[in-house]
Design a protein around this ligand. Structure first.
Ligand code: SF4
Length: 465
């Protein structure tokens, strides 16, 4: 369909075809349901549903909590895939296409690997949906889908609609009420695809839209899904000031430099911030430099955690193992740091070369990638030949570090220390989260993220499919 013809039709509202649209988030665990866990709702699909004009009927299936109905009477299926769920997304697409249903694939993996995804779909949506979903619907309704849809620019954040939470059973999720305030990140760390997908500039949603959405959720607790809620300090000040009046509690993600701004810290506390997820990534400055994240300074971490605790904010830290600068001492160093700093929760990941990142390009060039089976790309498998240890040593070191941090005695000690500074009610969520992590880390079947499963992945020799 020619763009000019399509645009004219869209603007004159000629496109009145009614379609039944099914949006699907494929399972990230080989087609299996995860059940309630650390999960939050698939925000991208809730947003796409909100962008869908009212003449169409739209439904959502999140395969992580519900079965897909492959016989459902639908005209169009939209599937959003991450790298780990891409193989399952392709299977799901195949099943619907066999029945003659048109399938559009989108999300971070198809956007970064569009040629691969297009082998399994009628169309691939590249990038954010706001600028292209209307075009896709128009073309699907008029029988002429293009192979690829890509917006020329990043859509302004003011066009992000409030997600259609009414289309999913919110109570099936651990964090039921997620809100997005910004998109984009200027840092472009070498292992991360956020900058490539969302661009290198922070785009901010109008504060009044965010507050409206927070109010509509009618909940005392909200999770902010942004990669860095204080990425744009001026905007963060405006947003947090507005949040103070809402009298909610919230948790979100932030960069560690938040502690360098005392007035912002006070505002965080006043606005109800109870927990921050922070990408520390490594306790080694050398590894941080290698990751392109040298704005983080490992020597400042301990003090940063203390400052956040002093402001009543719990800290969950993300650490990655497997950088070329990491040798076998990295595991003990990291666990020792975590115990000494009093950090509340950790997420330990195995370095994962997601397609579309500079890390992937480097390891691929160096012929070090052990498998291109995307379903293993869940941050819990060794996927490439490490530089200073064997794949087995990397896997065992990571697994052991997790078990040490979430051992029974360390959890007890952590919580008793927290109880000394906070109320029982403020400590309770940390107890639940520590125990949930412990259950996963020690689970015999490896928990949903694949711990203890497929320790070292078998090579697959046909790249990119
Ligand atoms: S890891 Fe965080 S700081 Fe680095 S590019 Fe990704 S979102 Fe930005």
């Amino acid at each position: 369909m020619k763009n000019t013809q399509r645009k004219a039709a869209l603007s004159s509202q000629e496109s009145r075809e009614t379609m039944r649209i099914e949006l699907i988030a494929p399972s990230i665990y080989n087609g299996k349901k995860i059940g309630k866990g650390f999960l939050y709702p698939p925000m991208s699909l809730l947003t796409i549903a909100a962008l869908t004009p009212p003449q169409h009927s739209v439904s959502i299936t999140d395969e992580n909590i519900a079965e897909i109905d492959f016989d459902k009477d639908v005209d169009l299926v939209g599937i959003s895939a991450m790298t780990a769920s891409a193989p399952r997304a392709y299977e799901v697409a195949k099943r619907f296409r066999e029945r003659g249903v048109k399938v559009v694939l989108g999300g971070i993996h198809p956007s970064l690997m569009p040629e691969e995804a297009s082998q399994f779909a009628d169309a691939v949506a590249i990038g954010e949906a706001e600028g292209i979903w209307g075009h896709i619907l128009y073309d699907a309704g008029n029988g002429g889908l293009d192979r690829f849809y890509k917006s020329d620019t990043y859509p302004p954040a003011s066009t992000i609609p409030a997600p259609r939470y009414d289309l999913l059973p919110r109570n099936s999720y651990w964090i039921k009420n997620m809100v997005q305030t910004t998109r984009g990140c200027p840092f472009n760390c070498n292992f991360c695809s956020v900058t490539r997908f969302f661009g290198g500039k922070f785009r901010t949603r109008p504060v009044k839209d965010v507050i409206e959405q927070v109010r509509s959720l009618k909940s005392k607790f909200v999770g902010f899904v942004d990669d860095n809620i204080i990425g744009n300090i001026k905007y963060a000040n405006e947003l947090l000031t507005a949040l103070v009046k809402e009298r909610i509690y919230w948790a979100g993600q932030s960069s560690v430099n938040v502690v360098r701004n005392l007035s912002l810290l006070k505002l965080l506390r006043k606005s109800g911030c109870k927990g921050l997820f922070i990408g520390f990534e490594s306790v080694s400055d050398k590894s941080l430099r290698e990751a392109g994240k040298s704005h983080n300074k490992a020597r400042e971490y301990k003090e940063a955690i203390k400052i956040l605790h002093d402001h009543g904010i719990a800290v969950e830290g993300a650490f990655i193992f497997g950088f070329d600068s990491d040798d076998k001492s990295v595991f003990d160093q990291t666990v020792d740091f975590c115990f000494a700093s009093g950090i509340d929760l950790v997420q330990f990941s195995l370095l994962t070369p997601f397609p579309g990142t500079r890390l992937f390009e480097k390891l691929d060039r160096e012929n070090r990638i052990l498998t291109y089976n995307w379903s293993k790309y869940n941050m819990s498998n060794v996927l490439f030949q490490p530089r200073q240890m064997s794949p087995e040593e990397l896997y065992e070191g990571w697994s052991e570090a997790y078990k040490q941090f979430y051992g029974g005695l360390p959890i007890l000690k952590r919580l008793l220390t927290t109880l000394g500074k906070r109320t029982f009610l403020a400590t309770l969520p940390l107890l639940v989260l520590n125990l949930t992590y412990r259950k996963r880390v020690y689970a015999k079947d490896g928990g949903y993220r694949g711990l203890h499963e497929d320790k070292i992945t078998a090579p697959i020799l046909s790249p990119y499919v």
